[in-house]
Each structure stands twice: as structure tokens, then as C-alpha cells.
Design a binder for this molecule. Structure first.
Ligand code: ADP
Ligand code: MG
Length: 212
């Protein structure tokens, strides 16, 4: 059993910020093909702002729910692109899922992950198959939930989630964009990975590396 406190969650956000930073150019390139080439910049700005905001918190004095709401607010303020409100909602829902807990056990982390994915879907109203980050986040959350319920460890559950996110992101190549900026391309979006699904994989990977 893994126990994650606010300091552990901060380490998770630091790991995500570093991973997104390293992935920034690839994400911009992917967005350049079917969008406006800013996805890597938007995500790096967002997670950079989260990292800076969390650095000024007294982690011994705040619960995970406050930390996650701080992350939501700073991400939203930093990002003008459509990924801004989507991830802000994800972190707010994650915050609600762990409300009142000082320490997060395996099941709490998985509940947080599932709430984040659900928040992204509720905010953007994208269904599976519409070539968005939902195509990576939803299967990842479902796989993590199923693994957790089957008694797997946090590491095993996050491994399963990562594999599902990777499959989902890969599958967006065969989808026609139906939501967001790239939907204007219609069939011309075929054959290209959705940048939001690609960054979702990077995030889930950093979560696996830092939490488990
Ligand atoms: P913008 O499209 O405003 O430039 P970004 O480039 O940061 O924003 O993000 C683009 C990504 O946002 C897309 O690749 C897609 O995954 C995701 N996205 C766009 N609209 C939606 C939506 N309605 N629901 C879920 N994800 C969406
Ligand atoms: Mg863009």
C-alpha cells in the first residue's frame, strides 16, 4: 500500500511539469499538423504555473484537496488554450474526490485519477472516438479502476492505465476529429495522433513514475 500526502502530490506535479517540458516540442509538432501548434506551449505554461504555485505552499499545513484546487486555479489562469479549462476541471474534480483526506491510499489515488478523467469529459463533452484527450484519459481511468478493484497494487494499476492511455492515443490516428479546433479539418485529421491524447500519455507516465 502506498501513502501519498501533499508533499507526494507536489512531487507528482513536479514530475508532470518536467515530463511535459521535455515533450513540449513534440506536442507542438503534433498540434501543428491538425491544430494551431501551441499544445506543447500551453501545457508547459500550465504545468509550469502549477509547479510555481505549489512551491509557495506550506505543504505540512495543507491537505491534498487544497493543493489540487491550487493546481486547478493556476493552470486555468496560465492557459488560454482549450486545454486550460479541461485540466482545471480535472484537478478540481480530483480535489473533490480526495476531500477531507490528509493521506491518500491506493484507492484514493485511483479515485482521483477517475475523477480527473470524468471532469475532462464533462467539461469538454467529448465522447470516445472523437479524437481528443478523452480517448486516452477515459480508457486509462477505466483500466486503473478495474485493476484497483481486482486487488492490484498502485504500481500495477498505473502501469495498466498507462498501457490503456498509449493504446487510446495510438487509436486517435484512425479517428476523425469531431471536437475542438481540429474538427474543422474533418477527414484530413485522419492518420495523425491527437496532441491532447499524446500529452495525456505523458502525464499518466509521470504519475506512474512519481506515485508508485
Ligand atoms: P487549442 O485547441 O485551443 O489550441 P490545445 O492545443 O492546448 O488547445 O489543446 C488541443 C487539444 O485539446 C486537442 O488535441 C484535444 O485533445 C483537446 N480538446 C479540444 N477540445 C476538446 C473537448 N471538447 N474535449 C476534450 N478534449 C478536447
Ligand atoms: Mg492548439
Amino acid at each position: 500500500m502506498t501513502s501519498i500526502d501533499s508533499a507526494g502530490l507536489k512531487r507528482m506535479f513536479d514530475a508532470i511539469a518536467a515530463a511535459i517540458d521535455a515533450d513540449k516540442d513534440r506536442l507542438c509538432q503534433l498540434d501543428g499538423v491538425i491544430g494551431d501548434a501551441d499544445h506543447g506551449i500551453a501545457m508547459a505554461l500550465g504545468f509550469g504555473a502549477v509547479r510555481d504555485a505549489l512551491a509557495s505552499l506550506d505543504l505540512s499545513a495543507i491537505e491534498p484537496t487544497i493543493l489540487l484546487n491550487t493546481a486547478a486555479k493556476s493552470f486555468l489562469n496560465a492557459v488560454g488554450a482549450s486545454s486550460g479549462p479541461l485540466y482545471a476541471t480535472a484537478f478540481m474534480r480530483g480535489a473533490a474526490a480526495v476531500k477531507g483526506k490528509a493521506i491518500l491510499e491506493d484507492a484514493d489515488i485511483i479515485a482521483m485519477l477517475r475523477a480527473m478523467a470524468q471532469g475532462i469529459q464533462d467539461r469538454g463533452k467529448a465522447e470516445l472516438g472523437e479524437k481528443t484527450m478523452v480517448d486516452a484519459w477515459l480508457p486509462a481511468a477505466q483500466a486503473a479502476g478495474a485493476a484497483q478493484e481486482a486487488g492490484k497494487t498502485l504500481l500495477e494499476s498505473l502501469e495498466t492505465a498507462l498501457a490503456a492511455a498509449e493504446r487510446g492515443a495510438e487509436a486517435t490516428k484512425n479517428m476523425i476529429a469531431a471536437k475542438g479546433r481540429s474538427s474543422r479539418l474533418g477527414e484530413r485529421s485522419l492518420g495523425h495522433m491527437d496532441p491532447g491524447a499524446a500529452s495525456a500519455v505523458t502525464i499518466v507516465k509521470a504519475m506512474r513514475d512519481s506515485l508508485a
